[in-house]
Design a protein around this ligand. Structure first.
Ligand SMILES: O=C(O)CCC(=O)C(=O)O
Length: 253
């Protein structure tokens, strides 16, 4: 399947689109799967676990890999980046992350993110928010601010401060507006890697909001991570050094 011209134009204009990806029954199937994945992850001593998400479940979970390699999603990324792509990252969130302002291109060079809601998402359970059209203005790359390894979490505070100023500048000087992402389950937002977005506060802490995020990059993107595989659409992968399926955030460069 391909995106329509109207969808592509909308994406170019505001930096994102929403799109139906999964039927209700598929959402239920995936939620069950990720309940199992979460249990596995809590019991097994994976390296580099994150506290607010499961990083790269496709390393060990076949269902996550199938979602990453879903041909429609691959094709959307190809169409929007207008080049050959690799699938590189999956993330599973059980709850909102409340992550600060960021652009995914900081972490993954020239990327498309596909953020898929398995539950209805809104302000209550901590959806994300986007700054519309911010993909047309300043983009902060690691090299712009002298950061060698963007995946090294010790740089997060410096990066968050800088992104805060970019967001405020865009709002004041370019009059950019925020948009809260509210989706019915099964829908996704497809995000330009340069679009500023963030995790909203979770108002109802009891409420889960299960979300899967896939990332695709331009096949010519910089890729300094020597132990992190890049997947082709047929499931073959390339890795420079060694793919260790137990290391969920292989950030060595
Ligand atoms: O879902 C979230 O809370 C944050 C996810 C996000 O911003 C991202 O995937 O880049």
């Amino acid at each position: 399947m391909k995106l329509t011209n109207a969808e592509v134009n909308q994406f170019r204009k505001i930096g994102y689109i929403s799109k139906l990806i999964f039927k209700d029954s598929e959402c239920e199937f995936y939620k069950n799967n990720f309940e199992k994945v979460t249990k596995i992850c809590s019991k097994i001593p994976f390296e580099n676990k994150s506290s607010d998400r499961i990083m790269n479940p496709h390393f060990f979970d076949e269902t996550s890999k199938k979602i990453l390699l879903n041909s429609n999603l691959f094709n959307y990324a190809k169409q929007l980046l207008n080049c050959e792509v690799y699938a590189v990252q999956t993330m599973f969130f059980e709850r909102g992350s409340e992550q600060t302002f960021h652009q995914d291109d900081f972490y993954l060079n020239n990327t498309i993110g596909i953020w898929i809601a398995l539950d209805d998402v809104n302000e209550l359970n901590g959806s994300i928010c986007v700054q519309m059209e911010s993909q047309k203005y300043d983009v902060i790359y690691p090299e712009t601010i002298g950061i060698n390894n963007p995946q090294d979490l010790k740089n997060e505070e410096t990066y968050a401060d800088i992104m805060n100023s970019v967001y405020v500048h865009n709002k004041k000087n370019n009059e950019l507006k925020d948009k809260i992402v509210k989706l019915k389950k099964g829908y996704a937002v497809i995000l330009d890697g340069r679009l500023i977005h963030w995790g909203l506060p979770v108002i109802d802490k009891e409420k889960k909001r299960r979300v899967i995020v896939n990332h695709y990059i331009d096949a010519k993107s910089k890729w300094p991570y020597i132990n992190w595989p890049k997947y082709c659409s047929n499931g073959d992968y390339k890795v420079q050094n060694n793919f260790d399926k137990m290391n969920l955030h292989p950030n060595k460069i």
